[in-house]
Design a protein around this ligand. Sequence first.
Ligand code: ANZ
Length: 947
Amino acid sequence: MRGPLYWADMSGYDFKNIEQHWQSYWDRHKTFRAISPREEGFDPEKPKFYVLDMFPYPSGVGLHVGHPLGYIATDIYSRYKRMRGFNVLHPMGFDAFGLPAEQFAVEHGVHPRITTEKNIQNMVRQLKRLGLSYDWDRAVATTDVEYYKWTQWIFLQLFNSWFDPAENRARPIAELVQLLEAEELYVDFNGELVNNPAEGLEGIQGDPIGVRKWYELDRTERQELLDSYRLAYIAEVPVNWCPALGTVLANEEVTNDGRSERGNHPVYQRPLKQWMLRITSYAERLGDDLELVEWPEPIKLMQRNWIGRSEGALVEFPLEGDEADSLISVFTTRPDTLFGATYMVLAPEHPLVEQITTVEQRGPVRQYQQQAAKRTDMERQAEGKTKTGVFTGAYAINPVNQERVPIWIADYVLITYGTGAIMAVPGHDHRDFEFAKQFDLPIHRVVAPSEEAADEPLDEAFAATGVSVNSAHGDLDLNGLPTDEAKRVITDWLEENGQGRAKVQYKLRDWLFSRQRYWGEPFPILHGPDGEIVPVSEDELPVELPEMEDFRPHGSDDPDAPPKPPLGRAPESWRVVERDGVRYERELNTMPQWAGSCWYYLRFCDPRNEDRFVDPKAEQHWMVSNNAKGQPHHGGVDLYVGGAEHAVLHLLYARFWHKVLHDLGHISTPEPFGRLFNQGYIQAYAYQDERGMYVDATKIEETDGQYFYEGKPVTRTLGKMGKSLKNAISPDEMCDKYGCDTLRLYEMYMGPLEASKPWETRDIVGLHRFLQKVWRNFVTEDGNIKVVETPADETLKRALHRTIKRVSDDVERLSFNTAIAGLIELNKQLTPLETVPREVAQPLVLMLSPLAPHIAAELWRRMNCETEIAHEDWPSYDPAMLVEDEIEIAVQVMGKLRARLKVPADADEETIKAMAMSEETVAQQLEGKTVRKVIFVPKKLVNIVAN
Ligand code: ANZ
């Protein structure tokens, strides 16, 4: 592997040429190629390690120094794992469909593919300049036709599957047909599947008598039945419709005051026919399987809250005097409070409203419904808002005591949750209490801290648990039972009396999966003349986006105008497909941006496969991992690093697709990401002038602690780095000035990886000096290497072994700031020496190489090492050399003792500070905070000031 040495600029550390040389060397030699099974050079003995970054959206502005924080960290870890003998997969790609590219294209009249490709090129250039050890041969963009062909294929898998509740997994829809044909399953009159004809008689909805068999259904009924069970289906659902943008928006894309995040246009709630994915079938498994993965607790909690599991009961309230025996079904988490239900509330959109409202109440009810339609769910549920509502004139009967309860409609009840109706218990629910006060409805106490307090008046809702009181009628007596017990007793009673049953309810909604956009994956779906939905067959994939001149969504001022997706204007040759003389129209919506990122980590295992989305051998090699005990762990990617902003959507959607593919036997693991790590943010000072406008942070002058812009005073605040605060710093600029090895070290040295921390360009110099010192310790002024074969003295040897132990431990737990501190310390010990003993020089350069790979590769070669340093073994230490004096240091955060730290007696201030900050409990305290100041009392104390 010995090539020509690079001899430029003998006088000093010539980072520019060194970095250029090694980057092009790695490119040419494909040094970081990951080798899959069936590929030449594959070594089955080598364990694999899969390190993944959340791939970026290729935006036109390129990267700022905040973006690569996580990329640098994963790169260090990947390089380290390679040196530890792993076959490392470390790929990169681009999440390239989506609104910004399309918006840019519309504004500048360029095709989104052209802008996207240009942006990708620029990002690749920027990433390569950071010396990141990606296997670039595996790069994919979600917009590549060869990639989205398989996104469409996965969509077909979803379309052709149903979720079998009996087995709690997805199965091919053909198996549902078989079960129906074999009469192992029947359909009841609610369209629900039952496996025993008698069950149809017992539906708690009351009405069905008997069931229907498959052969009794006509063609359309069969089609409808199957469609209603597919994991991908079309439904009319209330959506955020933005006529001005001509598209449906996700909740996250709508502001609190009901306007579009982009462009600030009005957004209306309206029912529209949309593609949906049945993620709700997986609610239980998505919640339970969080146990299987090693993720930060706050992210698991956010996913659990998003899934929103509630245990409770469905209770049926009969309508008073209703011959048709209609029932109002409610979901409650507190069935024990049933005796305190003094009224009911239906969501204004509830289908029963129309039927039950009395003639006198029709006017006000209708008016209220119109008013409610204008509000978003968020507004409707806002705390502290005065409760509003209207009486329908109708009554229901409380099933436990036969009392009449008035039925109201009110917008604090949402149609999208539970059954869209509630039993109101004002004595024990805050919202119901406010409502009852507002409208003078009775408030009863049915729960008390103790039985003695049964008749204590209620000044506010008593929402806590306690014992049931005032809750007996006929054979049912809950009095004196603690809340949990009362819930059980009443639920059993309801079930026995056919008035209800236990129910687990989830907040999770099915995933709205279509967008009225051009720049997305087309659906592989055709619509027949009589509304029939036909999938495109696999061998006809991909369905390519048609070339179009005008791909703009056509907006409208009229909120009732139907959506007109841009693909509706595609040439007829694309839109219309003829088969056996029948004309089919292609689906005109496209998939949302989340689709492509749901499975890219699988494609990286086998990115050029033309016959399958991933080869099973490659998938098994890269995705099946062993834990410390040698058993396969449950997630495939061994380390996934990205921002916490993806806590729910991307991570939940990807888990869902993964589980479906797993159920259908296409992949091996139940979870996609075994270990997740969230890096913090890089913040930067931002400056505002008197008018509050942000001014260019690079043009600020400081005098006596005051900040000036063009001579005028400005105020300084700390904010997320970016274009909007005018405080972005480009990595290109830092690479030009100091080199990317310096930039990499600085970003890692700023603090623990998970903490957010402010960028200080003047501090980067410190790390640059460190590398210059390393260079001077190894290379003479006239370019000769100072490494010699003479042995090191005892003290230096001990220092080396201590450093190896420490840096290995630190890198293993992603604590790169302390690892760097360790190397700085070791390098200091070399400074007074004329020459460096090889037995110290080599391990030092090896340890430096994941962190600052270019200078390390250069020194390695100058030391006459013939091997590729990237594939060298990580140095090991001799435990006998570690015995040493240690002292204990107290670590405080904001003056509060958080840890006691054992540090080497001779550790310097910087090292101790860095160790203190990365200590586990301290790091936890610092999470999400910014370190303002670190006070150091030698041999005693570190106190960290952060907020
Ligand atoms: C009676 C009751 C008594 C309730 C009590 C609470 C306390 P979570 O935990 O979020 O699942 N609810 C049910 N469906 C609703 C809807 N569509 N819109 C608004 N509120 C709804 O909350 C479940 C509780 O929220 C249910 O239990 C119901 O009020 C209300 F002392 O029923 B409860």
